[in-house]
Design a protein around this ligand. Structure first.
Ligand SMILES: C[S@@+](CC[C@H](N)C(=O)[O-])C[C@H]1O[C@@H](n2cnc3c(N)ncnc32)[C@H](O)[C@@H]1O
Length: 383
């Protein structure tokens, strides 16, 4: 299902991937140095006290030339990545749309609901500068949005997610095997906010006996997702259009595992409690819920790091990022119905294809947000 890419188009993506890595490994470290050498001392000199919040740090950083330079280039690289991706997919839109239709039309594993109201938090935002976000169809049956998402993700992450951008899902499957053991044999897995399934297919592959269902509000993502899964030979997966905040089409206690990967930061503060309580409701006893996200801002994280991580919220069209990362997820899980001693905490790092991206595989530099390593916050319901 993957779009065709010419020599020049792939050179453009390679440049953008390297530009991102250059910015995070060669330029960003100087922001930390500037913060220590002039930004923090200047604050203490003028105000007589240290910064009190990440927002104060961010506003001070934004006045510094090194930060302005890095931030402008990072934003420009993201805009160029979107432009490069759209250039590739729009010139072959008819072929791509026809291919996806041929692979998915009348396949019962794709269930779309054209009447589903789109959450305003999806409809009103071009997430990470992506024109039309996850839901827009330029023509009926259009999948150029997800094809663009698929093709350019390696540029934004500098190859850190692996050949099929599925390093996160592979790491989650491995984490579950290691931490829950061979006795954990899920029969039904629900992935909420599944997107085009990058991190769903590794679960379907790791648990071939399971029925894996991905839900998302964006019809194009699901259509491309099933077409992509089939073209990769993965059959035990269904893509259903639905809102994670209202899982009423699923029975109580009907899943062994509810998964979300890099999803919560794109949901609003108002929606999150519904997502948590619905995930609890549809989970069987002895089942697990896992949310995989960038780390929360807690007292163990410096205000400088919090401000750097907040870049996406203010300069990359991720408006829910900042609030989502400050909430106490444990508390939200408990309010949804889990008990304290049922909570799970862990961490996963993407499994990168060493043969394809050798330097990305060995890159352990920190760039406060792009690094392919996440926290796992979840729970196992008592048996
Ligand atoms: C950043 S993408 C993550 C996709 C996927 N989990 C992955 O790991 O690649 C977020 C996805 O969440 C979807 N989404 C946002 N709000 C949603 C909601 N309330 N219910 C279902 N999907 C939602 C978007 O359409 C988008 O595809």
């Amino acid at each position: 299902m993957y779009p065709n890419v010419s020599h020049d188009e792939s050179a453009r993506f390679n440049f953008l991937a390297q530009m991102n890595r250059h910015l995070s490994t060669q330029v960003m470290p100087f922001i930390g140095k500037a913060y220590e050498a002039r930004i923090e001392p200047e604050r203490i000199k003028t105000e007589g006290k240290p910064f009190a919040s990440r927002h104060e740090v961010r506003k001070a950083l934004a006045k510094d030339p090194i930060w302005q330079w890095w931030s402008a280039l990072r934003r420009a690289t993201m805009e160029s990545r979107q432009q490069a991706g759209r250039w590739v997919v729009l010139r072959q839109a008819d072929e791509l749309n026809t291919k996806a239709a041929d692979l998915t039309n009348s396949d019962p594993r794709l269930l779309l609901d054209s009447k589903l109201p789109l959450p305003r938090g999806v409809e009103a935002i071009d997430h990470h500068c992506m024109p039309g976000s996850y839901h827009t169809e330029l023509v009926e049956g259009d999948i150029t949005g997800p094809a663009n998402y698929d093709i350019g993700l390696f540029a934004t992450t500098g190859g850190m997610l692996g050949l099929y951008n599925d390093g996160g899902g592979k790491a989650v499957a491995e984490w579950v095997r290691k931490n829950l053991g061979e006795d954990f044999k899920p029969k039904r897995i629900l992935d909420i906010g599944c997107g085009l399934g990058h991190n769903v297919l590794p679960l379907a592959e790791a648990f071939p006996e399971a029925e894996v269902i991905g839900i998302d509000v964006g019809a194009p993502m699901l259509r491309y997702g099933l077409a992509r899964a089939k073209s990769m030979g993965i059959e035990n997966v269904k893509f259903i259009q639905g809102d994670a905040a209202d899982l009423s089409s699923f029975d109580d206690e009907s899943f062994d595992w509810v998964q979300s990967t890099m999803f919560l930061h794109e949901t609003s503060y108002k929606t999150m409690p519904h997502i948590f309580s619905e995930s609890f409701r549809v989970l069987k006893n002895d089942g697990i819920v896992l949310h995989v996200e960038q780390p929360q801002y807690d007292s163990s994280m410096s205000l400088f790091e919090q401000a750097m991580r907040d870049w996406d919220a203010f300069y990359n069209n991720e408006p829910f990022w900042t609030k989502m990362h400050e909430v106490d997820l444990d508390d939200w899980m408990i309010r949804a119905g889990f008990k304290q001693d049922e909570l799970i905490h862990g961490g996963v790092a993407a499994i990168v294809d060493k043969d394809v991206f050798p330097d990305a595989a060995d890159d352990d530099s920190e760039d406060f947000g792009r690094k392919a390593a996440w926290h796992v916050v979840g729970a196992r319901k008592s048996a």
